[in-house]
Design a protein around this ligand. Structure first.
Ligand code: SF4
Length: 528
């Protein structure tokens, strides 16, 4: 898998520690590291409360001169954006690599955002592998570049590469770096007086970063004598889609592939001088296409996503690339029309089913109510037959949104969040609700796992949730832990009815282990 190639590349770069929060399509990179650490006793690998805490821990490893990796999905970088952007101006000491998996097509995500924009925004180097071998090589190279420029470096994957398999040729691994504290604390202390100088230093290094990408073998330029005026720029996995179609053209276009950013301006100009039109094939947002419009003569036609040659949303495919080249559509494999539809749904016997049965029952009779929910398996409760929740925006948003609805005067208001998501970013908005004694009921569906991404362990055990909630100041008389089981639905309904009527904040924690987690736990026990 592309994910695993990144993880192995990091291990072979002398990795000391890695941190992550699970999120499709990045999860498998970290699962590989956990298995590796289990077998070999290193590196340190831990799931974290959220992407921000993961990033900060990786930064701490770097400060003492050792190499660290932080893994997340694209939307996770919104959570980690604060330490990420700021870390671009500290003097990264041990190599720090951010492996990020974008999800064009939203196979398992709430949006399609393109992490290359974040790398550009932070003014750091970004590697974008085209295949699994490059995922391995580029990750190793990313650690070198990180230490050379004293910046974090991003390795950006997309779902199709992260989850597809290929044989990778691995090389000799490196030793772990010696422990050595960063000698200049000022370069890690972003007081304005220091930060201004560090920001200037980052800006002054941009030309060196540009030279790196101009000279990089990951950015090959192939000029053709018979390109009929067409120059094609590919990035990452789009190169593979182009190759699948090239032999059907009766000419050979000139090609520039981008695997390293910043965009190598000179190579782009050489291509542009030779050709009289440019087609950009890139997975994600039209980043390169937009930047070219600022680099090249305005009369040179540049086509891609913004001009409609490729779709603006979803994943690229060999067929969409084929259409952009003006080639006729190939015969499609026909999918049998009578295959049964299989919309995603909660596993049979999932504890969330019992919680939603109780919630629907408890809410019966109210003229107007609202249930704000969050991200996890329980989001599937939005679909029939449950239709039990009315929002899903981002990790932790349920709690703040419910508080807002209650502040606006709606009654009754319910927030639904999972245990892992609550620990990720539901704790802080609950503090706001505690401070205001908001008239709302928070349900923390505690299944002792990060269910949706494959039942990883949560950072705190289930038994520690209630003390945490009480520690935040929730009234013990309005905090209840109830089992989520078919034969306890009536009990849970009664508790919910009471707390919905309570004028003030209440917390109800339905608890039963995720079935997938039980399966995983038993399999692990059998292996050990
Ligand atoms: S994986 Fe676990 S939490 Fe998710 S639907 Fe299945 S049983 Fe429920």
């Amino acid at each position: 898998m592309g994910d695993e190639a990144v993880a192995l590349g990091a291990v072979h770069a002398g990795l000391t520690a890695a941190y992550a929060y699970p999120g499709t399509p990045s999860t498998e990179a970290f699962e590989f590291l956990l298995r590796y650490a289990d077998r070999h006793g290193h590196p340190v690998a831990s799931w974290c409360a959220n992407e921000k805490t993961a990033y900060e821990q990786a930064l701490g490893v770097s400060m003492v001169s050792r190499r660290s990796l932080v893994v997340m999905k694209h939307v996770g970088l919104n959570v980690a954006a604060d330490p990420f952007i700021n870390s671009a101006i500290v003097s990264v000491h041990g190599g720090l690599v951010l492996a990020i998996a974008d999800d064009p097509g939203m196979h398992s995500s709430q949006n399609e955002q393109d992490s290359r924009f974040y790398a550009d925004f932070a003014r750091i180097v970004c590697f974008e592998p085209a295949n699994q071998q490059e995922a391995y090589e580029m990750t190793r190279e990313a650690f070198e570049v990180s230490e050379r420029f004293e910046i974090p470096v991003m390795v950006r994957l997309v779902t199709r590469l992260a989850h597809s398999r290929s044989i990778v040729e691995a090389h000799q691994g490196e030793a772990e770096r010696p422990l050595d504290k960063a000698r200049d604390p000022a370069s890690w202390t972003l007081l304005p007086a220091h930060a201004r100088g560090l920001w200037r230093r980052l800006l002054d290094t941009q030309s060196e970063m540009l030279s790196l990408s101009e000279e990089s073998p990951f950015n090959p330029l192939e000029l053709s004598d018979d390109d009929r005026g067409l120059g094609i720029i590919t990035t990452g996995i789009a190169r593979g889609y182009l190759r699948q179609n090239l032999s059907d053209l009766d000419y050979t276009p000139s090609l520039l592939h981008l695997g390293v950013y910043p965009i190598p301006v000179s190579k782009v100009r050489v291509l542009a001088e030779k050709c009289d039109r440019i087609l950009v094939l890139e997975e994600g947002y039209p980043l390169v296409e937009r930047q070219l419009r600022g680099l090249l003569p305005t009369l040179l036609p540049i086509s891609g996503k913004e001009t409609g040659e490729l779709p603006l949303d979803g994943e690229l495919t060999p067929e969409s690339v084929r259409r952009s080249l003006g080639l006729p559509t190939r015969a499609q494999v026909q999918i049998a029309a009578d295959l049964p539809a299989r919309p995603p749904q909660l596993c049979p016997g999932c504890p969330h089913r019992d919680s939603y049965d109780a919630l629907r029952e408890a809410l019966g009779g109210y003229e107007l109510s609202i249930v704000n929910a969050d991200i996890g398996c329980y989001t599937l409760g939005a679909a029939p037959p449950y239709q039990a929740i009315e929002s899903c925006v981002c990790m932790g948003a349920a709690v703040g949104m419910a508080k807002g609805a209650a502040d606006a005067g709606l009654f009754p208001v319910v927030a639904v969040i999972g245990d892992s998501t609550f620990l990720h970013s539901g704790v802080t908005p609950l503090m706001d609700a505690v401070a205001a004694d908001t008239d709302m009921t928070l349900m923390i569906l505690d299944n002792e796992a990060v269910g949706m991404t494959g039942a990883q362990h949560t950072v705190l055990a289930s038994s520690r949730l209630e003390p945490l909630v009480l520690g935040l100041g929730v009234d013990p008389d309005h905090c209840h832990v109830v089992e989520a089981r078919p034969n306890k639905v009536n009990e849970l309904t009664a508790v919910l009815r009471r707390e919905l009527e309570h004028r003030g904040l209440s917390v109800v924690i339905p608890v039963r282990e995720c079935i997938e987690h039980v399966r995983r736990r038993k399999a692990e026990a059998k292996r050990s």
